[in-house]
Ligand binder design. Structure first.
Ligand code: ADP
Length: 295
């Protein structure tokens, strides 16, 4: 379908990103609700949007990647991307709205499993996300978790891309991305996504970014030291956790990327393997319900 901006009614702002604002909109004729990501005009940013759209198109039949509907032209020449509206918002905002109270372990397991399924769908299409973090994992009222924000994602034309100088959200970057030279100038970008996912999952379980003291506002150097020289996997011991959860985190947060489990291996890990039944469903619904009581 062809869409025009005037076909939509703005309902509210959902969030702000790097290059623009995401709105909740309603299609006037069908009353269908969408998320509309409007991006301000700037040649570099527009390139980034088209790269994101290219990735979303490639992943169009994925169940755990936020659905893309259309590119909508705007009168000013800006572009807007029409996306599936995820009515639970991002996991990062969900956590904050709960006053950073940690998620229950069954909820964390269900989220980890779905995020892994999303990564599996991407990785099987040679797409690396490169910016996995709670702010880029969205949830809806049905308890579906999907990966969003491909602003810095990449379709790999070759298995490795040594010329890639992109620096992502430092906090979730794997150790080898800080020092690619020590890896012969390249690193496994799929394994880097796994590290970020492990850290994101641990953050939901802990209630705050796990590699630093609660509330810390670190500079780049402090983060780099925490990531490259800290014992990431040990951060899990600070809150009571099952052996399965500990094991899972250890598999994700191996400092040496070669020792890290792949997405396919992780999907078979006991922590997530059974996390799709009635109990998981309940845990996610509890999370969403607690949220609506408080907001
Ligand atoms: P950017 O790529 O510019 O960083 P994002 O795509 O991350 O922007 O969007 C910014 C915020 O907007 C997200 O963190 C989320 O809270 C909200 N958002 C983005 N896409 C959706 C969506 N499809 N449904 C609901 N909320 C969304």
């Amino acid at each position: 379908a062809e869409f025009r901006l005037s076909d939509f009614e703005k309902l509210r702002v959902l969030g702000h990103g790097n290059g623009g604002t995401v709105y909740k909109v309603r299609h006037r004729r069908t009353a269908a609700v969408y998320a509309l990501k409007a991006v301000h005009t700037d040649a570099a940013l527009r390139r980034q949007v088209y790269r994101e759209v290219d990735i979303l198109r490639r992943a169009a039949d994925s169940n755990h990647v936020v659905r893309f509907h259309a590119v909508v032209p705007t009168p000013s020449g800006d572009v807007a991307v029409l996306l599936e509206h995820m009515d639970g918002g991002s996991l990062d905002t969900l956590l904050r709205r709960r006053g950073c109270r940690p998620f229950s372990e069954p909820a964390v397991a269900a989220i980890a499993r779905q995020a892994l399924l999303g990564l599996a769908e991407l990785h099987s299409r040679n797409i690396v996300h490169r910016d996995i973090k709670p702010a880029n994992l969205l949830i809806n009222a049905a308890g579906e978790v999907k990966i969003a924000d491909f602003g810095v994602g990449k379709v790999l034309r070759r298995s490795l891309d040594p010329c890639d100088s992109y620096v992502g959200t430092c906090a979730y970057m794997s150790p080898e991305r800080f020092d690619p030279e020590s890896h012969g100038g390249d690193y496994d970008p799929y394994a880097a996504d796994v590290w970020s996912l492990g850290l994101a999952v641990l953050e939901l379980h802990r209630g705050h970014f796990p590699l630093l003291p609660e509330g810390a506002r670190p500079d780049w150097a402090t983060l780099m030291v925490a990531i490259c020289f800290g014992e990431a996997a040990q951060a899990v011991t600070e809150r009571a956790a099952s052996g399965e959860f500990r094991g899972f985190i250890e598999c994700c947060l191996q400092k040496e990327s070669g020792k890290r489990w792949s997405v396919a291996e992780l999907l078979g890990h006991p922590f997530v393997a059974g996390a799709d039944g009635a109990e998981s469903e309940r845990a996610l619904q509890d999370l969403l319900r607690e949220d609506s009581h408080e907001s």
